[in-house]
Design a binder for this molecule. Structure first.
Ligand code: ATP
Length: 336
């Protein structure tokens, strides 16, 4: 299968800031690919490089097999959906969606037919005469999506498109976006700082940190096999311990909170540590425990267990934490 996007050793430098620092990645055609990372890690710059709004300082960008270096944004087979929607306030929903077709000189009847088709797809039929100001945030985002899809781009770039929505609407739109992407078979390159959003929607995720990719993997692999401390902490939550705390050789190890068993009292054995329970948070289906180690009280461990097994686990009491050695992940050096 042809790659939709290839970045080869791409850097983008603004003055002294290395916004994107020697990045290489390949996005497969039809893939839902996310760029995940904290604010300022270079995700948006990476997307703007693909769109052609920024030029790389070095490296090359290939889109659908063609070198993109000399292609201006409008000549690339990509469209972008921004977080702030960027709709035309004075135009109706229908005209907003049909705009790109008008620019291309497509006749009124045909462009309205196509725009209505898209509005149907994003479940906005009946709203075509309204202005953006007369819509909710979620509806505006759908108009932006329909507008970006109307001229059938092969690749859609989405920059935090759900960032302005409240949690419930955000979760509904995540499901709709994913199903729309499947239905259309278009490649999505999706920027987000929300790890649960990236995990739930993507085929693969590139985790960004300070302009570099720390790890590029499927959501499941990222969660199960984080390679660096940064990834272990940013994707889900993790306990990171020095090998010597665990009686192991140097280096650092990560273990997920739900992979640790917690029992009241001091129980001796291997693959276990004794601690003091400092906090118990009831979360509904689960309970989260915060524990400091008895032999090193500066180390804090988080344990998550199904609710219902709290007998004897009160704040202040001594507890034993146990795990299966197969749940420990050795981390390589990275910038935490
Ligand atoms: P956010 O989630 O906050 O949008 P991001 O991961 O998308 O963050 P970028 O917007 O790509 O990060 O920014 C990466 C770095 O490059 C930041 O330090 C930013 O200040 C810097 N930067 C981005 N664009 C420019 C520019 N046009 N001029 C100067 N510096 C820039």
């Amino acid at each position: 299968m042809q790659n939709a996007v290839e970045l080869k050793n791409v850097s983008c430098v603004f003055g002294t800031v290395h916004a994107v620092d020697h990045i290489s990645l390949e996005v497969l055609a039809g893939e839902f690919f996310s760029l995940l990372g904290p604010s300022g890690s270079g995700k948006t710059t990476c997307l703007r490089l693909i769109a052609g709004f920024e030029r790389p300082s070095s490296g090359s960008i290939v889109l659908l097999g063609k070198d993109a270096a000399s292609l201006p944004p409008y000549a690339r087979e990509v469209n972008t959906v921004f977080q702030d929607y960027a709709l035309f306030p004075h135009m109706s929903v229908l005209d907003n969606v049909a705009y790109a077709l008008m620019v291309r000189g497509i006749g009124r009847l045909e462009r309205h037919r196509r725009a209505l088709e898209l509005l149907e797809m994003v479940k906005l039929r009946g709203m075509e005469k309204r202005r953006p100001a007369e819509l909710s945030g979620g509806q505006r985002q759908r108009v932006a999506l329909a507008r970006a899809l109307v001229n059938k781009p092969r690749i859609l770039l989405l920059d935090e498109p759900l960032g302005a929505l409240d949690l419930k609407l955000r979760e509904e739109m995540q499901i709709e976006l994913k199903s729309l992407q499947r239905q259309l078979g278009i490649t999505f390159v999706y920027v987000t700082h929300d790890q649960s959003e990236a995990l739930s929607m993507s085929d693969r995720v590139a985790v960004f940190n300070r302009g570099r990719i720390e790890q590029l993997d499927s959501p499941k692999k990222l969660y199960e096999y984080p390679e660096t401390e940064f990834v272990a902490r940013f994707v889900g939550s993790a306990n990171v311990l020095a090998g010597k705390e665990l009686g192991l050789d140097g280096g650092k190890f990560a273990i997920r909170p739900e992979r640790i068993r917690i029992e009241p009292g001091r129980i001796s054995g291997t693959n276990s540590l004794v601690g003091r329970l400092i906090d118990v948070h009831f979360l509904g289906s689960q309970t989260r425990y915060e524990v400091t180690l008895v032999n090193n009280s500066t180390i804090r461990m988080t344990v998550v267990a199904p609710a219902g097994g709290e007998a004897g686990l009160e704040a202040g009491s001594e507890v034993t934490l146990t795990w299966n050695p197969g749940s420990l992940r050795k981390l390589r050096e990275g910038e935490a």
